[in-house]
Design a protein around this ligand. Structure first.
Ligand code: ATP
Ligand code: MG
Length: 624
């Protein structure tokens, strides 16, 4: 076995041979002629000329040995149901869904917008698109009509698939009526809308000639079989919009072959998921994590994947650990924001479950602060691996690689560059590499490895201008995140490049200050933003959610914690206590909105916000 260092070195030094080996992890209908075509920088084309299919690799390929093994287990604590599908059954469902979509006119290359709650039919639809070579664009359920309409106009779908409703905390969320509303605004509506009825909206309106009922149509296609479309490796598999934390969402386009290879390879070298084992990813299919690690990767690896509809604290804060115990989960993937929610609850919810099958818990999506990392590691007694990635990359770009080498975990660090990624830390002005221990912009020297976005959907220019023009004189991909590397080669993400505060000439990352605020024993989570100050340029302002609201905690206490960690220069101007923070639906704190309010500006586009009352709290806190 090579060490991590050697493995990573080889992935860049001997790129072709390295990825040729990884490409053997999937089936190719026709072999590729060239591992990488990089004749038009920064556009990378992987496995040129090869033909394959994601659905074939996720399902058909396993039927010989795994037809009877569970492929998908759906657990809903919203409607209190469980449904499971073996590889054989899932294959049949996907074939039927593909035949249904064909009957509605969907052809290879057409776009299909999937606006669905976390139900198995959503997975059928995604895999059926892959089977047909149709391009899916899953839109997170619960977006406002205007955000949905914008995505419809960008994708111009032939078909939309939705459900009557979803459920959140036991309350119905109407999907279909929101689709109707968005289709009134959209300039490029689809001809047909396919609706899966769950009985969550008895009064659901139906538009004749356009709306089609899933169950009715399915009856016509029982036992249908649809051949996989063999796609050239670089044809698009899907479009997915970024979260919109920093501005207008970007339509990330992904390929077929490179994506399949990257995911299959990550299951081996990073996630350590073995065929026959179970993976539980708590994300949503509307996010990149859901695409990669609820749907495609675990199935590519021959695992059982768990799809969970519900929140982590209902019926109680032990539900996820109960699932780990009941289904013998070996790989779990969640987000720091969820762990911070669980941290507010009693430890016995974790402790009473047998978690012995769990090899690792992976967390991504946001900075994982040290206290939370510590808490969850100790509570589980299992390695908790922070790893860092973006919608754009499709799979991790910084991570530990337990499948290659067991390197020690350092709290607060997502460890090392993932193989295939030539990660650089660059000085924001000069663009020159910074020394160990110095802050720089996390960048990737192209070509981007397999699995990463191939372009912005329909807009090659935006791809280049958005991502590759941060540094004037070099064509290099910017993540727009700050990072730092220690002498042992471990990376730390310090927040987004637009989340930096300038206090009397000192540049402070909001992440660093948040980390310091979180060191206070009664702080569950917090957000820090910089607000304009006549004297000092900017000053940090903190909003904190307490673990135990009953326990007396003063702003001064919290400020002293910051003084101790970072020094008085980082001391927040004020600390406000709130019960929740404004977040996007993917759990990312909307710092730009908080900052705008704090400076008396318009908070801008808020269509991706999870709970608008969080902003009301911020406004009230600011008034006091
Ligand atoms: P947009 O690009 O539209 O503003 P977004 O950046 O929030 O939205 P995503 O692609 O979902 O959309 O999020 C990726 C970002 O999340 C990263 O660039 C980084 O800022 C943050 N992130 C993800 N994982 C980690 C991690 N392990 N540690 C720190 N930050 C992380
Ligand atoms: Mg981003």
């Amino acid at each position: 076995m090579p060490t991590y260092r050697e493995f990573h070195r080889r992935s860049l030094a001997d790129r072709e041979a390295f990825w040729r080996e990884q490409a053997a992890l999937i089936d190719w209908h026709r072999p590729y002629e060239q591992v990488l075509d990089y004749s038009r920088p920064p556009f990378a084309r992987w496995f040129v000329g090869g033909q394959t299919n994601l659905c074939h690799n996720a399902l058909d390929r396993h039927l010989g040995v795994r037809a009877e093994q569970q492929a998908l287990v759906w657990i809903s604590t919203e409607v209190n149901q469980t449904r499971s599908f073996t590889y054989g059954e899932l294959h049949a469902e996907v074939n039927r869904a593909a035949a249904m979509m064909q009957s509605l006119g969907v052809k290879r290359g057409d776009r299909v917008i999937i606006y669905m709650p976390m139900v198995p039919e959503a997975a059928f639809a995604i895999l059926a698109c892959a089977r047909l070579g149709a391009i899916h664009s899953v839109v997170f359920g619960g977006f406002a009509a205007s955000s949905l309409a914008a995505r419809i106009d960008d994708a111009r779908p032939a078909l939309m698939i939705t459900a009557d409703g979803g459920s959140r905390m036991g309350k119905p969320v109407l999907y279909k009526s929101l689709v109707d509303e968005s289709l009134k605004i959209a300039r490029h509506p689809p001809r047909k809308v396919l609706i899966f009825r769950r009985g969550l909206d008895e009064n659901m309106p139906v538009v004749a000639d356009r709306d089609v009922d899933w169950a009715t149509l399915a009856k016509d296609f029982n036992g249908a079989s649809v051949a996989c479309a063999w796609l050239e490796s670089n044809e698009p598999s899907y479009i997915l919009f970024t979260s919109g934390t920093t501005g207008r969402p970007k339509g990330v386009q992904r390929d077929v072959g490179g994506y399949a290879v990257a995911l299959a390879s990550s299951m081996k070298h990073i996630f350590c998921g073995e065929p026959g084992e179970t993976m539980f990813t708590t994300s949503d299919i509307g996010w990149v994590v859901g695409h990669s690690y609820i749907i495609y990767a675990p199935l590519l690896a021959g695992m059982t994947t768990i799809m969970y509809e519900g929140v982590p604290i209902r019926p109680d804060a032990g539900i996820w650990w109960k699932i780990v115990e009941d289904y013998k989960v070996s790989v779990m993937f969640s987000a720091p924001t969820a762990i911070r929610v669980l941290k507010k609850h009693d430890l016995s919810y974790v402790r009473k479950h047998d978690l012995s099958t769990l090899k690792h818990l992976f967390l991504a999506g946001e900075p994982l602060d040290e206290p939370t990392h510590q808490w969850i590691s100790e509570s589980l007694g299992r390695p908790v691996i922070d790893h860092y990635w973006q919608t754009e990359t499709g799979w991790p770009l910084l991570s530990a690689h337990p499948g290659v080498e067991q390197t020690p975990i350092k709290m607060g660090s997502p460890s090392f560059p993932v193989y295939g990624y030539d990660v650089r830390l660059l000085h924001e002005q000069t663009g020159k590499p910074v020394a160990d221990g110095e802050k720089g912009v996390v960048a990737i020297a192209p070509p981007l490895p397999p699995g990463c976005m191939s372009t912005v959907w329909g807009d090659d220019e935006r791809f280049v201008n958005t991502y590759f023009r941060d540094f004037k004189d070099q064509l290099i991909y910017s993540t727009f995140d700050w990072g730092i590397r220690d002498k042992d080669g471990y990376y730390y993400i310090l927040g987004r490049t637009d989340d930096v505060i300038n206090v009397a000439g000192h540049r402070l990352g909001t992440r660093e200050i948040e980390e310091a605020v979180s060191m206070h024993p009664n702080v569950a989570e917090c957000a820090v933003v910089g607000v304009a100050d006549q004297l000092k340029g900017q000053l940090p302002l903190a909003f904190a959610v307490l673990k135990d609201a009953g326990k007396r905690t003063s702003a001064e206490d919290v400020m002293q914690t910051v003084d101790r960690q970072l020094g008085a220069i980082a001391r927040p101007k004020a600390v406000h206590f709130v019960t929740l923070l404004p977040k996007t639906r993917s759990g990312k704190t909307l710092r730009r909105a908080i900052q705008a309010l704090a400076e008396g500006r318009d908070p801008g586009d808020l269509t991706t916000i999870e709970d608008p009352t969080a902003l009301t709290q911020i406004k009230e806190a600011l008034r006091t």
